[in-house]
Each structure stands twice: as C-alpha cells, then as structure tokens.
Unconditional design. Structure first.
Length: 279
C-alpha cells in the first residue's frame, strides 16, 4: 500500500446540542472533506434518544453528500429494533457500518439479546446480505476485558469469519504494537485490512482519562513531556501534532492500508496532521 493509495477516514460522536450540530455540519465537516476521506463514522448510543441522535446525525451528513458509516451495536436494543434501523439505513443509501460489541446495562438480564460483535456481524449479514461493508474493532494493545492476547485475536478472527470486511483499531502510540499485531493476525489466517486508529493529542488530562478507560498505553516519555507543558495548550498541541504525525508516517511507510482519525468533533488537530502528511 503506497501512501497515495492509503484511505483516510474520520470519526464523530453525535453532537448533544443544536450549536454543536451546526458546527459539525457547517464548519467541521466541510473542512475535513477537503482531505478527501473515504467515509465519516458516527458513534452509536444504544437505546432511545441517543440511538436516534446517531441516526439523525447520519441522515444529516448523508443529505449533504457525505459518505457516512454509522456505528451499530445491540446494547439495550433487541433484534427487531436493530433490523428496523438496518432497513432505514438501506433506504437512506448507507452502505457501510461499524459493528461493535454492545455492553448490556446492569440489571437488564441477557435474555435473547445479542452482545458480541461477531453475532452482530452475522445478524447484519443474515438480515441485509452483502449490502453493507462492515468494519469491526481491533485492539493491538489488547481489549481491556480480554482474557489473553491470543483470545483477543480469536475474537477478531470470529468477526471476520462472520462476514466483516475490515477492522479499525483502538488508538495507540506505539507502531511496533500495531505491526506485531498484524503479524499475529496473519498467523491465524486474518487477511483483511486493519486500519490503525489515530488520536490527535490536544489535552493531556482528557487523553490520560480516555486511555485509562480503553486500555491504550501512552508511552512514558510522551506523558512526561506533556506534563512539562502543564497548561500551555499551544505547546501541547504542537508537540502532539509532531508525535502523531511521526506515528502516522511510520504506519503508512510500514504498509498500513490507511488511517482512521478519532476527531473528537474537532477539525483543526486532525487537519494539521493530514496536511503534514501531504494530504
């Protein structure tokens, strides 16, 4: 994969306010579209208004000619609700999904609800055939709830065996973790594209909190340098852009099929990296 052929994609979360939605649609999206992304993904809130907010954001982006990939999980939703959502996406002309495990709220009971992503991928294929290109999640530094490195690989293999087309990784800052992960995937027969997830560094406190929650490791030298900057946001952003751009260069030069940016609904930090990469 040459850098010129690498696919770029961006992730959003559904804005919670009308002002946030207006900014996303009229400022952030046009700015990021200049890079020529393959698609924008929109994270999913299971059940009720949060799920509807995802669908609403997807619809608004699609109406503006944006290639969009809604995240999908079961969570509190049963099969009928997810099937209805799939049908609505087909009617909207959506042809890509990001299928994720749904976390059941405590006290709801398991019932017949599907939870794991391989089951969701199988359900989508059974219900909608090959209409959707399906992305799934991958974890080069191991899912925080995985029993072991190998069991995590087997879970990923199960998603591909169920019909997934490619994977997007949790973000990381160690390219070696990604390339080793690819080697182990190949060793168990995974031959589909695995796109590295990229998190721009703009705020150390937020990054540290996100990383604790999702199991992403921030190298000690990066932590110490960010600590040195204290509240100097301009220096944090400049250093973060340099570090993440170098990571992206390593990944693309090493053959990564593309990059998936966790934008946090902000254009400029991601645009800075993309420009420095030559996009």
């Amino acid at each position: 994969m040459t850098r010129a052929n690498a696919l770029i994609s961006f992730e959003y979360f559904p804005p919670k306010t009308p002002a946030g939605r207006e900014k996303l649609l009229h400022e952030t999206t046009p700015a990021l579209q200049a890079v020529g992304p393959a698609f924008f993904s929109v994270t999913y809130g299971a059940g009720g208004s949060t799920r509807d907010n995802t669908a609403g954001t997807v619809l608004e982006l699609k109406a503006r000619g944006v290639d969009v990939a809604p995240h999908l999980s079961f969570g509190q939703d049963d099969e009928a609700a997810v099937a209805e959502l799939l049908d609505s996406y087909v009617a909207m002309g959506i042809n890509r999904l990001v299928a994720l495990r749904g976390d059941l709220p405590s006290g709801t009971g398991g019932g017949a609800r599907l939870v794991y992503a391989n089951e969701l991928v199988h359900f989508v294929r059974a219900h909608s055939g090959d209409h959707f290109t399906i992305e799934v999640a991958a974890y080069p530094e191991v899912h925080p709830q995985a029993e072991s490195y190998d069991s995590d690989l087997r879970f990923l293999k199960g998603k591909f065996d169920a019909g997934a087309d490619s994977a997007i990784t949790q973000y990381f800052f160690n390219a070696d973790a990604y390339f080793y992960f690819l080697e182990r995937c190949a060793a168990i027969g995974i031959d589909k594209p695995i796109f590295p997830g990229i998190m721009p560094i703009t705020n150390y406190a937020n990054l540290a909190r996100f990383s604790r929650n999702c199991g992403a490791e921030i190298p000690r030298w990066i932590c110490r340098r960010l600590e040195d900057f204290a509240d100097d946001q301009a220096s944090i952003r400049a250093f973060g852009a340099e570090v993440v751009t170098q990571l992206c260069e390593q990944l693309l030069d090493g053959g990564a099929p593309g990059l998936h940016f966790y934008t946090m609904n902000q254009a400029e930090p991601t645009l800075k990296i993309c420009r420095d990469l030559g996009y």
